[in-house]
Design a protein around this ligand. Structure first.
Ligand code: IPD
Ligand code: CA
Ligand code: CA
Ligand code: CA
Length: 288
């Protein structure tokens, strides 16, 4: 309805303000000593700033929209599961590119997605160091600092720049598949493959047309939610690496400027399996 439309527009404006505030905190924190700890593996890093920024974002949004639901990377780590319900839900990655942040490698973003009735309504991604803002609202186009975005029209992998990411799982089997996938695309004469350390900013490069495709296994709903709207509104495709529709909780994604590019890569990829984001761990331990 027109009323909902206005409401989501207002929510997006507030998300933009909140992302900018969070970005400022991150820009300040990157200059200071960092307290780094690990989560699922020795290369799955987290800092106090990740937690602090998530708290800032969620408390700011919750104050304004007390009836909404929130899924955030750092609160999910503390045991909250990420089921998407029909309620308006904010899906937040406070720092995407924590490893980059730790090394002061300047590819770090704040990502805020918003879904209603399980449909993504808008996405806001703020590149903290470049101070570039990517935004899109369903049906209203995608923008970078106010300029309209358009994906690449490339269909041919031999003319493509492709982005991917390796997650924090580094066992021999995972590495073998990861490298095997890259090898296939290189043998198909892709112009290049890039790993920039931020899934959301990699996805934004597909939205701007700077990259022709991106795929990853092992990422989370907060890495995809905002970017998926931005790519779609820039005219691109975002789907499951099996070629089916995107499933936010499936831990995998492929995005491209054209369906032909996405389909070609889908054919090449060997998948790496990960436990779903909405996996109900409580249910298993209590065998309900
Ligand atoms: C990670 C980054 C990384 C990707 C990982 C993500 P984080 O997010 O986007 O590039 O490879 O899968 O988990 O932990 O820095 O928010
Ligand atoms: Ca993380
Ligand atoms: Ca992330
Ligand atoms: Ca993060």
């Amino acid at each position: 309805s027109a009323e909902n439309n206005r409401h989501w527009e207002e929510c997006m404006e507030f998300a933009v303000q909140t992302a900018r505030r969070a970005g400022q905190v991150i820009r300040e924190a990157v200059k200071l000593d960092k307290c780094v700890t690990t989560k699922s593996s020795a290369v799955d890093l987290v800092t106090e700033t990740d937690q602090q920024v998530e708290e800032l974002i969620i408390s700011t949004l919750r104050d304004r929209y007390p009836s909404h639901r929130f899924i955030g990377e750092e609160s999910s780590a503390a045991g909250e599961r990420c089921f998407l319900t029909d309620s308006p839900t904010w899906i937040i990655d406070p720092i995407d590119g924590t490893c980059n942040f730790v090394h002061s490698f300047p590819m770090v973003a704040v990502s805020i997605g918003f879904a209603v009735k399980k449909e993504l309504e808008f996405g806001v991604i703020y590149h903290c160091f470049e101070e570039t803002l990517y935004t899109a609202r369903k049906g209203h186009g995608a923008f970078c600092n106010g300029l309209r975005l358009q994906v690449s029209k490339e269909k041919d992998v031999s003319k493509a720049l492709i982005l991917t990411e390796i997650g924090a799982k580094r066992d021999p089997e995972t590495l073998k598949i990861f490298l095997g996938n890259m090898e296939k695309l290189l043998k198909a004469h892709a112009h290049g493959i890039r790993v920039i350390g931020s899934a959301t900013l990699a996805l934004c490069q597909v939205a701007t047309g700077a990259a022709d495709a991106y795929y990853q296994f092992g990422l989370h709903c907060w890495d995809i939610a905002a970017a998926a709207v931005i790519i779609r509104e820039a005219g691109g495709v975002v789907m499951d690496t099996s070629g089916g529709p995107l499933d936010l909780m499936s831990r995998r994604v492929i995005a491209a400027g054209t369906p032909e590019m996405a389909d070609y890569i889908v054919q090449q990829l060997h998948s790496i399996s990960y436990e779903r984001d909405d996996h109900d761990t409580d249910c298993i331990s209590t065998s309900c």
